[in-house]
Design a protein around this ligand. Sequence first.
Ligand SMILES: [Zn+2]
Length: 61
Amino acid sequence: MADILEFRKPSLNDKNKGKTLCRHGHHKWVVDKEKQFDVKQGKLVTIYRCTRCDKQRVRAH
Ligand SMILES: [Zn+2]
């Protein structure tokens, strides 16, 4: 049991590190879909996605 916990620790720490940055508003935004037409807003939007936590952000043009 202890061995399994030791083995899993590093990856969990890496994940938490990234999410801590995200929680403080330091998301790693990349363009997911550029200039998509948003029917709801009736205009072009660019969708950004955080590579760490997969949160999405929409920017209207
Ligand atoms: Zn994030």
